[in-house]
Each structure stands twice: as C-alpha cells, then as structure tokens.
Design a protein around this ligand. Structure first.
Ligand code: GLU
Length: 445
C-alpha cells in the first residue's frame, strides 16, 4: 500500500523543533515508500488561527526540504464536518447536552467525593423532549457529545505496539461546541477519511485520542488507518517544548543561519535507535527512520548538540551544496576559498569573516615591525600554491631564528588579524602577495 500521510499543525503559532520531528517522520516515511504527504492546517479555531503562521509554517517546511504534495485548510471544509455531524446524529451517536461548565464541575466534584472517576454520566440522554424544550426556552444552546460504544478498542501502534483502551472508562467526548464550532476530533477524522490517509504519524500526546477516533473511523469511513505515536522532545531541562519557546522555533533556527539538515538530523535521530549524527540529505536520513525502534521515553533536544552537528555538517560540505547560499551572504566564493575555510565555520555566515580576511580591508595589528619587514622581504614571487607557506616560513626561520609559536603567531596576526583560523598554507595563496606585503608592512589592506 502506498502511504498517504499528513502533518496537521494548527496555525496558532510558529512550529518548533518538536513539530519538525512529526513533520519529518511523516515526510520521510511517505517519501521513502513513494507515498504522498499532505500539509493540512487544522484551522477550525478561527479566533486563534493566523494567516501569518500558516505562511511561516510552509516556509519552515520548505527550509527543511519538505514540499507537500497537497495543502489543505480545514476552514474551507466546514460543509464536510456538518454532513458528518448530521450523519452521527441520524445514527443516534451525537446527542445534545445542555449542562453548563459549572454544572459539570459540580457533578465531577460529587463523583470525586464518592470515589468515582470523573466520567460524564450521560444525563443528557435521559432528557425528555419537554425538558429539552424547557432548557431551550431558557435560551440554552446544546453542545454535542459523541456516544461512545462501551467496549475495548485495540490497535497495533507502529511505535508502541499493541495498545488498547476501554472506552467505558471515557467520557463521551464533546465534538461540537454550543456555538456550533468544532473541537479538533471530528474534523480531523472526517478529513483523514475524506483524504484516504493510510497512516497517522504524530506525537504520543495524541495516544489518548486514538480510541475515540477509531470509533469515529469505523462509523464514517471504510478502513481505519494505521497509527504511529512517536515520543516527544523536551528541552535540555526536560520540559515539553511549547510554542512559547520562541528561540526553538524553526523560524529562529533558520534566521540564526543554522543548516536545515542539522535541525533535521537532530529532530529525527534523537530518541531513535540510531546514533545522533549529521546526515547530509533527507534521502540519506529516510532509511534511518524505523518507527518500531523509536524510544518510548521523551527525548532531550539540546541546542549545544544542534550547533555541534551544524559545524560538523559544514566541515564536510561540498562547495556545490553551499555556493548559492554563500552568494546570498555576499561571499562570491570559489572552491579553494570554501575548502580553506569550511573547517573553521560554526554557521555558514562565519564564512563572511574569512571572506573579509582574504579580501580586506583589514586594519593592521600592532607588532614587531622590523621582524615583519624582514619576513615580507622573504616572500617568494607568485604564482603561489599550498607549498608557498612552508617554503616561506622555513626561509624566515633560517634568517631570523624564530620558530614555533614565535614564528607563526605574529605572521598569522599580521596576515589575518585573528589568533586562530584556517590553515595559512591554504589562506596565503588566497590573500595574495600584494595584500600580504602591505599587511606585513603595517598598512590597512
Ligand atoms: N492539529 C493537531 C496537532 O497539531 C493534529 C493532531 C493529529 O495529527 O491528529 O496536535
């Protein structure tokens, strides 16, 4: 069966690295099997949903390399949900309830006092038509509950294995609010049926919704999709990630200039059976996803690890994979420049520092003027290559007696303005003789 999956964020905030985990699990699962990926905005909450968030979520997914085959919005599909609600009403499975929050609260407290679980007692099912008329006469509007079948619902979760829930222990869930708006459950199942989703891959915070949804699938659809509930990410101190942790949003990671594949590698591999490591492409990441071997425990997302992966990815990155982005940063690099500097980058924009070092202008660094002048006098004529540095410094050593740090540090400082950096045998030919002479002579160059 070719999979069809969906990533279904509500556009009420920016998505974070934990949401990226869900999106990537879906994308990699589907694409590895020639399947289809739908981005579905769960935007039935029209108060809280914002177009700007929908736009940023799509941009974030594109950044990760996820290009949905289809984009759908629940706000354009209300007619389907209305039809499904009517169908459930006709089946006697969606019933009107008139209790206020206060009344329900008092009832739960009474249950608790008697040691009973806080399960809705279905009092509304016993209302006579006169009682209903009286309640409506008071101006009350009903909310609508799904009448669960009181039986055990079982499914084989692709992550968690055999799961079962006794629906007799659950309250009949509210599907439609008194103001006619839908809670998440009904639109989600209606769309999954209508779009013929084969797999529902999502965070384990949705395990508790699954039994109810399976009952709805059985009533509204023909097949029940397969479920996979992956473990969630926490931050480094073990707290669940939330939309309020803005610095972990994909948008801010992107704006920080991090590599999308560093974020993707960590989001997917942490808490999996694979070692966390930098993976250069989604194609290479896809075969590493094995839902059945994901950890059941929450996985810790560590920003320091993300930066570490980022640097490791850059250190191995081929020139072609970064050329366009370097151009966009204003670095008109060629391959020798890239190969010289990549090992010193933490983020790609650090390339600007070394671009400036190679092309100037650079202010002089105060040091031993006479010694630098004698070093400058020993510079060979061009053309230069990677052997030039060794030949030149050997000549300086022979002439001036400086060696080791006393030889290399003043040269590095005068030539680059930095105490550390890429190997000078690679940088020197890029800096070129004219600029090197001027820098060694204490000029801005
Ligand atoms: N909008 C829901 C969420 O973001 C979707 C859950 C699901 O995948 O069914 O949590």
């Amino acid at each position: 069966m070719t999979p069809k999956v969906r990533f279904a964020p509500s556009p009420t905030g920016r998505i974070h690295i934990g949401n990226a985990r869900t999106a990537l699990m879906n994308w990699l699962f589907a694409k590895h099997r020639g399947g289809t990926f739908v981005l579905r905005f769960d935007d039935t909450d029209q108060e809280r949903s914002r177009e700007e968030y929908a736009v940023s979520i799509e941009a974030d997914l594109h950044w990760l390399g996820i290009h949905p085959d289809e984009v759908a919005r629940q706000s354009q599909r209300f007619a389907l949900y209305g039809a499904a609600a009517d169908r459930l009403k006709a089946l006697g499975r969606l019933y009107p309830c008139y209790e206020t929050e206060d009344e329900l609260d008092r009832r739960r407290k009474r249950q608790a006092a008697r040691g009973l679980p806080p399960v809705y007692d279905r009092a509304a099912l016993a209302l006579t038509s006169d009682e209903i008329a009286a309640l409506e006469g008071e101006g009350r509007k009903p909310h609508w509950r799904f009448k669960l079948d009181h039986r055990v619902v079982a499914w084989r979760d692709l992550v968690r294995g055999e799961c079962h829930v006794d629906c007799a222990s659950l309250s009949d869930p509210v599907l439609v609010r008194a103001d006619g708006t839908y809670l998440y459950t009904l639109p989600s199942v209606v769309d999954d049926v209508d779009m013929a989703m084969t797999h529902i891959i999502r965070g384990e915070d949705h395990v508790t919704n699954t039994a109810v949804q399976i009952q709805l699938f059985e009533l509204l659809g023909t097949v029940v999709p397969q479920f996979a509930h992956h473990n969630l990410l926490t931050n480094a101190s073990g707290e669940g990630l939330s939309k309020r942790m803005g610095h972990l949003s994909l948008t801010s990671l992107r704006e920080e200039g991090l590599e999308a594949m560093a974020a993707a590698s960590l989001a997917v591999l942490v808490g999996s059976s694979e070692a966390v490591r930098p993976v250069a492409s989604l194609e290479a990441l896809a075969p590493l996803v094995d839902l059945s071997r994901l950890s059941r425990a929450p996985a810790r997302f560590d920003e320091a690890e993300l930066h570490h992966l980022n640097a490791r990815l850059l250190h191995d990155a081929g020139f072609a994979s970064v050329q366009a982005r370097l151009q966009a940063l204003g670095v008109a690099a060629d391959e020798p420049f890239w190969l010289a500097v990549r090992g010193n980058l933490e983020t790609l924009k650090d390339a600007l520092i070394w671009w400036q070092v190679v092309h100037g202008p650079q202010a002089p660094v105060a040091s031993d003027v006479a010694w630098l002048a004698s070093a400058a006098a020993l510079l060979p004529q061009e053309p230069w290559d990677q052997a030039t540095w060794g030949a030149w410094t050997a000549a300086i050593k022979a002439e001036t007696g400086h060696s080791g740090r006393n030889l290399f540090m003043p040269l590095r400082l005068a030539l680059t303005g930095h105490e550390h950096g890429p190997e000078l045998k690679a940088l020197l030919p890029l800096i070129g003789r004219e600029r090197a002479v001027r820098r060694l002579s204490g000029e801005t160059a």
